[in-house]
Design a protein around this ligand. Structure first.
Ligand code: DX5
Ligand code: ZN
Length: 219
């Protein structure tokens, strides 16, 4: 697996041409970040299992499904079954995150835990051995195109210290406002997976935007 993961978010792509959006970053991106929103956990609505399953058949790039939904215990396994590579659900939406992580791993996918802007990281540090990815929101979840919040990087630093001290095999992913002018700070804080919506799909050449982000994160 690569040292750095670049995960373009299709939230910023043309939803009438999702297969083309995936193809545009194949070879340049590591994962395709798929934002699932239910208009309950966040005040926005995107796509669900049928669309993700169809897109799965249209591309070989691994899917990083970010579930911004209530009741992830009910829905998350469906994303594992349709072939997602990683399935991340929100700590705020789940009363037994470890049980759901075990279900996801048993279903053959990586398990991710997400913490939104207003959620501290400390209560979740002890759960990290059960997870493959930790997603630290660097905005309030719900919409693309928001400004990066550098103060969220304190959570990344705390998680990275904890992961290193415990020799945990976990990715620390940042999501929200990641672009050429913010990715270096996130990498320096200890993130090693980077979601970018606007910075990739708002660019003229999405693959080139991915390569630029990777170079900055690796620097
Ligand atoms: C928002 C989503 C993000 C979103 C990021 O809640 O989780 O993945 O696409 O968009 P940008 O990169 O534009 O901030
Ligand atoms: Zn996301």
């Amino acid at each position: 697996t690569p040292d750095i993961i670049i995960a373009p978010s299709i939230l910023a792509a043309d939803f009438a041409n999702l297969a083309a959006a995936a193809h545009a970053v194949e070879g340049a991106a590591d994962w395709l970040h798929v934002d699932v929103m239910d208009n309950h956990f966040v005040p926005n609505l995107t796509i669900g299992p049928p669309v993700v399953a169809s897109l799965r058949r249209a591309t070989g790039i691994p899917f990083d499904c970010h579930l911004m939904i209530e009741d992830p215990k009910r829905w998350a396994p469906a994303y594992a079954q349709l072939g997602a590579y990683n399935v991340t659900f929100h700590a705020e939406a789940c009363d037994d995150p470890v049980a759901l992580a075990k279900d996801l791993r048993a279903a053959g996918t990586l398990a991710g835990l997400a913490v939104d802007r207003d959620t501290p990281i400390e209560p979740y540090l002890e759960l990290l051995p059960h997870f493959d990815t930790l997603l630290v929101m660097t905005i309030k979840a719900g919409f693309g195109g928001q400004a990066f919040m550098p103060e969220m990087l304190a959570k990344v630093r705390t998680a990275r210290r904890h992961a290193n001290a415990g020799h945990l095999d976990i990715r620390i992913e940042v999501d929200g406002g990641i672009a050429d002018d913010t990715i270096e700070a996130a990498a320096a804080a200890g993130a090693d997976a980077f979601v970018a919506g606007t910075a990739v799909y708002g660019a003229d050449d999405p693959a080139r935007a991915c390569r630029k982000l990777r170079a900055l994160a690796e620097a």
